[in-house]
Every structure is written in structure tokens, then in C-alpha cells.
Design a protein around this ligand. Structure first.
Ligand code: SAM
Length: 333
């Protein structure tokens, strides 16, 4: 058990008491009776003052201790608050970082994809331009041509067509979906001096007139037979329309066909009826070129037609819109 040391007030009180006792004893011994009450009054006053001072001191100390406790408590609370604030800001910073990271990654992916699209598009433009330049030469084009690509066939597909005409010199060439392809085919026929009969099939009177104008401008009027064949319901359902077969009934022995119509947006599987129409009309050795096989419907048509008994080969050269070259041969060969 620790013993408490007397504080300064208690020492002072004890000293005063000792001094009063000493003076009292001196007064009694020296025979000064007046000194006794004076000392008692003085001691009582000193004790009262001392008591008041000690009480004041105690209350001041108590107040100071309470204040100190309050200050410590406030400091503790401030530290806790500071820690909580730091934790919150760290969490918020981390969340902001994560959100920025996600945004950055999304932006990066989009930018990469856009850059890749641009690279692919410019590579495609360069390839089409190279094909177009060769086309002018190999087809012997003499006049200005309308734009290729988009609705009209792309230069890469036309170049394949020109190569086939030059190689095969077909007796009968039929262009389903007339336009630029008809002019390029007829121009090639003229250049190589082949006696190919060129038939262009068009369902739309406006486009038929436009194509006829182009054919005339290129001096190919005598070489091209343009047939206006409106779209009519054919086998496959009343809503399934294709070129009016009555207008094309005389076409037999087709050696080369370019299937680039009717436009895909008009019907579902718009070009599917060509198979039923052409199969019995193909020459012993024939080639059918299907454009736009980058689209599902045209690709399905190429795949299913390639299973035909007479089909000997399905070739899919690289082409902007997708191209399928189907070769047919009669079973006797
Ligand atoms: C895919 S286009 C191809 C035409 C042709 N083979 C050529 O190379 O120009 C098929 C059909 O779409 C139609 N067509 C052509 N240009 C068009 C255009 N700009 N807008 C809507 N239809 C168009 C015509 O009826 C054409 O026969």
C-alpha cells in the first residue's frame, strides 16, 4: 500500500500549528498571559485562511482535472474522427479509382475497336481500288462508270466475274440484278471478242432505264439484252416474290450467271428462288456466282446449292461482301 505524502497546504498548516504551539508555550513560560488569546485568534484566523485557500485550491484542481479529462476525451474523439475520415477517403479514393479504371478500360476498348475498324476500312479501300484499276484494263472500259460498292457490285467481285468471262467465254451469261455488273460483263465480252449473249434481268423499271442508259453510253447496246422482269409470287409461299419466270422462260443453257438481285432487303431469302429456276437451265458445264454471301441468307443458299448432285465445287474467294462461285458439271462428263 503506498503512503500519500503530505501536500504543501498540509505542511503549511502543520508548520503554522507548530509555530502557534511554540508561541503559546513561550507565552506560558515567559508569563505573558496576553500572548495566549492573541496567538489563539491569530492561529484561528490563519487556519481559516488556510482552510479557505486549500478549499479553493482543491476546487481549482478538481476543475482542472475535469477540464483535462474533457480535453483528453475531445482529443480521443478527434483522433477517432481523423481515422474514420482517412478510412472513408481511402475507400472513396479506391472506389473512384476503380470507376476511373472501368471508364478507362471501356474507352480504350472502344478506341481500339474504332482504330481497328479504320485500319480495316482503309485496307479494304486500297484492295478495292487496286481491283478497280485492274478491272478497267481487263474489261476494256471506255466510258465513265457509276460508283461501285454499296448497291452495285464491288470491284473485287466484278474482277472475279471478268476473269471467269475471259477464261470461259460463256455462250450465255445472265446477270440477275442488272447494273454495273451488266456493263462490266458486256465490256469484257466486247474486249475479248467473245460471242457471249449477255442478258441483264431487272425488276425495277427505273433501274432498268438507268442501266439501259449506261449500256448505251458504253456503246454496248447491241451486246446487251435487258429484260424487265417484275417480282411476282413464286413457289415457296404467296409472299415469296422473284423475277417473273414468264419473262425469262426462253433462257436455257446458262453457262455463267451472276446472282446479285433481287435486293436482299425486299424479301426474306430474296434470292433463294434462283436455284429452282436456274438448275434445269444450266448448261452442261456452268458456273453460278453468288454475290453478298457475307449475309446469312445468301450464304445459306450457296451452301445448300453446293450439295446439288451436279455441283462439283464451291469456291469462296476473299471479297468485301462475300462471294461464292459454284461450279456445275453434268453427270455424263
Ligand atoms: C445489289 S443491286 C446490284 C445491281 C448490279 N448487279 C450492279 O452491280 O450494279 C440489286 C438491285 O438493287 C436495286 N438497286 C440498285 N441500286 C439501288 C439503290 N441505290 N437503291 C435501291 N435499290 C437499288 C436494283 O433493282 C438492282 O437490280
Amino acid at each position: 500500500m503506498s503512503r500519500r505524502l503530505p501536500d504543501r497546504g498540509e505542511l503549511l498548516a502543520a508548520s503554522c500549528a507548530a509555530a502557534a504551539g511554540f508561541l503559546l508555550a513561550a507565552g506560558v513560560l515567559l508569563g505573558w498571559p496576553w500572548l495566549v488569546p492573541a496567538i489563539l485568534v491569530g492561529a484561528a484566523s490563519a487556519a481559516a485562511v488556510l482552510f479557505a485557500l486549500m478549499t479553493l485550491r482543491r476546487s481549482i484542481r478538481g476543475a482542472l482535472r475535469r477540464e483535462l479529462r474533457r480535453v483528453r476525451k475531445d482529443a480521443r474523439r478527434s483522433r477517432q474522427l481523423a481515422r474514420r475520415l482517412a478510412r472513408t477517403s481511402r475507400t472513396k479514393l479506391r472506389a473512384a479509382d476503380a470507376a476511373n479504371d472501368v471508364r478507362y478500360r471501356r474507352l480504350r476498348t472502344a478506341t481500339d475497336a474504332a482504330a481497328q475498324r479504320v485500319r480495316r476500312a482503309s485496307a479494304e479501300d486500297a484492295a478495292q481500288l487496286a481491283a478497280f484499276v485492274q478491272l478497267l484494263d481487263l474489261a476494256g472500259v471506255r466510258e465513265a462508270l457509276p460508283r461501285s460498292r454499296g448497291y452495285p457490285a464491288s470491284p473485287d467481285a466484278l474482277l472475279e466475274l471478268v476473269a471467269l468471262i475471259r477464261e470461259r467465254r460463256p455462250a450465255l451469261y445472265v446477270d440477275f440484278g442488272a447494273g454495273l455488273s451488266t456493263v462490266i460483263a458486256a465490256s469484257t465480252v466486247r474486249l475479248i471478242g467473245s460471242d457471249t449473249r449477255v442478258v441483264g434481268v431487272e425488276h425495277d423499271p427505273q433501274f432498268a432505264a438507268r442501266t439501259q442508259e449506261l449500256v448505251d453510253r458504253h456503246g454496248l447496246t447491241d451486246l446487251v439484252e435487258l429484260r424487265l422482269a417484275p417480282l411476282v409470287p413464286v413457289a415457296g409461299g404467296p409472299e415469296h416474290r422473284w423475277y417473273d419466270p414468264a419473262v425469262l422462260a426462253d433462257l436455257h443453257g446458262v453457262e455463267l450467271a451472276f446472282v446479285d438481285g433481287p435486293p436482299g432487303h425486299l424479301e426474306r431469302d430474296a434470292r433463294a428462288p434462283v436455284r429452282e429456276f436456274l438448275t434445269p437451265r444450266l448448261a452442261e458445264r456452268a458456273i453460278v456466282v453468288l454475290d453478298d454471301t457475307g449475309r446469312d441468307a445468301e450464304s445459306r443458299l450457296a451452301e445448300s446449292w453446293a450439295e446439288d448432285l451436279r455441283a462439283t465445287r464451291l469456291h469462296r474467294p476473299a471479297a468485301e461482301k462475300g462471294l461464292a462461285i459454284l461450279e456445275f458439271c453434268s453427270s455424263s462428263e
